[in-house]
Design a protein around this ligand. Sequence first.
Ligand code: HEC
Length: 215
Amino acid sequence: MRYVYLTVFFIVVLAVSILGFRGSLSTRTPLEIFPDMDHQAKYKPQAESKFFADGRVDRPRPAGTVAFGRMSDAADANFLKADPALFEGKDAKGSWIKGYPSAITVDAKFLERGQEKYTIYCAPCHGAVGDGNGITKQYGMGATPTYHDERLRNIAEGDLFNTITHGKGNMLSYAEKLAAQDRWAVIAYVRALQRAAHATVADVPAEHKSQLGIK
Ligand code: HEC
């Protein structure tokens, strides 16, 4: 019997010592068995430093610093973003460019890339044909516009680029998801959708007309 009392006593003591202090705060330093690299001499961003005369940790750029780029390397054109047409959709005066930046070549492969990205990132709201009837409409996102009205058909490409880059109203930015070049590819595909939605018989190549039963 004694053992039973002892066991119960120890269980109670154990339970209270483990669970009883949950939530209580202590000002003492916690025990650190493995401190790893938790404590080290370092500066945190925007902190104070007595070492520098101006007291700031963040050091200003030395006067005359010039960005050194890899502009000639097309694969790394994103590094400096020095081309306002390619990265902002703007010309040198700051207006939206019409057409495409000189760094962009629109060909069939580029359009295919645009179609792929459009289908992933835009079609859920704007619909596969750009009429604004994507799947999200069924779930209450009603305000997605069609691309086929007069205004969006005539809008400058640079303005479209800006919408994809920064978003508009309920539409979020796609700059994180699409590299600038891919945003232009999506624009080219949006233009193709607009063209297709307003196509006439005159647009059908002669050799395909008979397939449609037109002379
Ligand atoms: C989550 C839904 C959603 C997705 C995804 C989406 N959009 Fe939109 N988009 C909208 C809505 C909503 C508006 C209307 C914004 C407003 O005018 O308030 C809009 C507006 C636009 C406009 C019209 C801008 C103007 O000048 O009025 C364009 C062009 C456009 N989107 C292109 C795209 C492209 C290209 C993509 C893919 C990269 C995309 N959108 C992805 C919801 C979406």
